[in-house]
Ligand binder design. Sequence first.
Ligand code: NAD
Length: 474
Amino acid sequence: MSDTALVADEQRLIDRVQAPDGQGRDVPDAATREVIGRAPLHTVADLDDAVARAKAAQPAWEALGHEERSAILLRAADAIEENAEALARLLSREQGKPLNGPNARFELGACAAWLRTNATTPLEAQTIVDDESGRASLFYKAAGVVGAIGPWNWPLMIGIWQIGPSLRMGNTVVVKPSEYTPLSVLAMVAVMNEVLPADVLIAVSGDREAGARLASHPDIAKVMFTGSTATGRKIIESSAGNLARLTLELGGNDAGIVLPGADAQAIAQDLFWGAFINTGQTCAALKRLYVHESIHDEVVAALAAVVEQTPIGNGLDEQNVLGPLQNRAQFDIVKRLVDDAVAAGGRVVTGGAPAPELGELFFQPTLVVDVADGVALVDEEQFGPALPIIRYSDVEEAIASANGLDAGLGASVWGDRAQALEVAPRLQAGTVWINQHGGLHPLVPFGGVKASGYGLEFGVEGLKAVGVPQVISG
Ligand code: NAD
């Protein structure tokens, strides 16, 4: 398809979902800051109406049964795929991630793949007891209406992680995208609604107030939330009111440990993408790297070589694989943390400053060495393209550092596999990767511990998590 046709397709998607002229809130292109469209500003009353409609639609959707729902969800995945390029362009502009690399097109591919797996993963009743004492089986039924509240970093993929399993289990869903990335989520939902029955999936584009109302609404049975730990805590409080079940995927500060003897050249590329995927704006990205002193300089040099040859710029340029920060607040966090690390004695190996020649929200991909635990760039979630590298001399020390923060989404160990397998179970994280960081699979459960949240997504565990258990005994 020609570029002009693609632009027209993208504009058609925007026009389907944006607010009428003169209404709504302007949504900027993350790279150029030009206005892309106008996000509708749904109110709390609109949200109440959406929940009422989703509640009314739920029994008939559940009554269709798994097979029929699966068939419809597979058609929804096809619809996403048919619109993938236009959605990827919109996502690229609104979120900032480039089309290429593990970014916008990749995200659309993941949406279709996850939805198909959600649709086709078998969920069998479990016979718990079947003997002379009696019979008991465990089933999972729909919970009711699911409230899905998402972040701005992987808005479509995380949206599908919340929507796909919920619909498959017979729930209806009201989704509230992040106020930073509403248009791409509204557009994807519109595409899915070409094949879904009415009111089974409703998107409400509101702000934090709408999110708070969705989480606390008396008719919401389950909240799927991905976002910051601070907001997660508020949702836990509001669940005291409606007793909604919660899956909370919260912030992370994933540590990577490079063991003595690791091959710096062999791991450099994967270390890079582990840390810089989506320009560092990824929950389970490598956010602090502990490297043994015997190979520290080699690893730093190999990683710097990858950073320096990686093209960054406007996401619609096919050559780029890194983009801007999505918003000013996040840009300011990254700048503050890098400046603070330098003031604390850290040495910038590469990058270290904004890149205004590329645009207002671009920051050079940055490596900082000679920092230690206690420096804010290490201790706080930077959520951007700046990786602190910490030298260690004893693996025990690195394990203690990795476990020393109140975050536990992911972690990784790099080097000899047998040695890594000894370290992995000692790390306090929901997932520990070996010689990779951040790889996900739609059948492999994913979730955090400590302040990174609770509950599992993906696979059979993810289906159960959006259902309610029922035991039939006798
Ligand atoms: P955020 O918490 O500011 O916002 C997330 C969503 O919550 C938005 O839709 C927002 O409108 C809504 N919201 C805000 N206040 C609310 C309230 N009181 N009640 C209900 N909803 C409310 O997070 P963010 O800045 O969009 O996302 C970045 C954070 O998300 C990072 O910390 C990152 O690590 C985390 N994250 C985690 C995962 C994961 O899977 N664990 C994935 C992506 C992002």
